[in-house]
Design a protein. Structure first.
Length: 271
């Protein structure tokens, strides 16, 4: 029993170490650019959002690769009656299962709930502790296979959606605040730090943050979540190109426009 427990512990420690290392590499956004309001919003500034999206993609592919290798080792171990191969597969399974064990623990201890992660944790944990390595690896592989398919579907949907947004013609002109007067100006003539005015019913053509005003903004097309509700945003909140002002009027300090916007960068990353 001791070798299996040591391997399970090694897998858990490896997972924790890799997660810490990868998270530390993606923490590239200066906290000073985030206001208390913007930290609670669904979309965060573009650099952090792109880093998190890239992290999610890499994590899904990595987890599925580990699950596939573990399943192959468990299959070979069962076929050739090789205990070392089975133990090697258990290392990968425990690595994959560690975050689910964590969620299961939080569900039972903190929220007093029995859910999917709890059932998965009990099932796979029981197979590992009773030396049924093939069954543990099979369930682990099926779980991450389904997760990968779901992620690829969502990824493809979001790629197409963002591509559609970028292909959509943005406003050719904006109302630029110049010396206290609103003048019509070309989007191409904008520069960082300019203040533009966006009224109800209009698309926001830039990435930036609100300096004045309050508006109800629809970000559904950008987030890809049909059930997301419009957000009320005030001074200090970040706003993004290809989102719509449903009501209100806001003054936006320009940060990015054209191919430098969050939507354009996401489309480029997925292409």
């Amino acid at each position: 029993m001791m070798p299996p427990l040591l391997i399970i512990a090694s897998g858990m420690i490896t997972y924790a170490g890799i997660k810490w290392y990868r998270r530390s590499k993606t923490s590239t956004v200066d906290e000073d650019v985030l206001t208390p309001k913007s930290k609670t919003e669904h979309i965060v500034p573009d650099n952090q959002q792109l880093s998190e999206a890239s992290y999610a993609i890499n994590t899904v592919h990595q987890d599925f690769t580990v699950a596939s290798i573990s399943f192959a080792l468990a299959t070979a171990g069962s076929f050739f009656y090789s205990f070392p191969l089975s133990l090697a597969s258990m290392f990968g399974v425990s690595y994959n299962t560690t975050p689910i064990w964590q969620k299961g623990y939080e569900s039972v201890v903190e929220r007093k709930q029995l859910n999917g992660p709890v059932a998965y944790s009990v099932l796979v944990g029981s197979f590992l502790l009773t030396n049924h390595y093939f069954m543990a690896a099979l369930i682990n592989w099926l779980f991450y296979l389904s997760k990968r398919f779901l992620f690829l579907f969502k990824d493809s949907f979001q790629k197409g959606l963002i591509g559609f947004l970028v292909a959509t013609e943005p406003p050719d002109s904006v109302w630029l605040l110049k010396d206290g007067v609103e003048i019509e100006a070309s989007v191409d003539s904008l520069k960082a730090g300019d203040i533009i005015v966006v009224n109800a019913g209009k698309m926001i053509p830039v990435d930036g943050f609100i300096t004045e005003g309050t508006a109800l903004i629809d970000q559904t097309l950008l987030t890809g979540e049909a059930d997301s509700s419009p957000l009320e945003k005030k001074a200090g909140a970040h706003v993004f190109a290809f989102t719509y002002v449903l009501s209100g009027q806001i003054y936006i300090k320009v940060k990015k426009w054209g191919t430098e916007t969050y939507a354009a960068k996401m489309a480029a990353m997925y292409s």
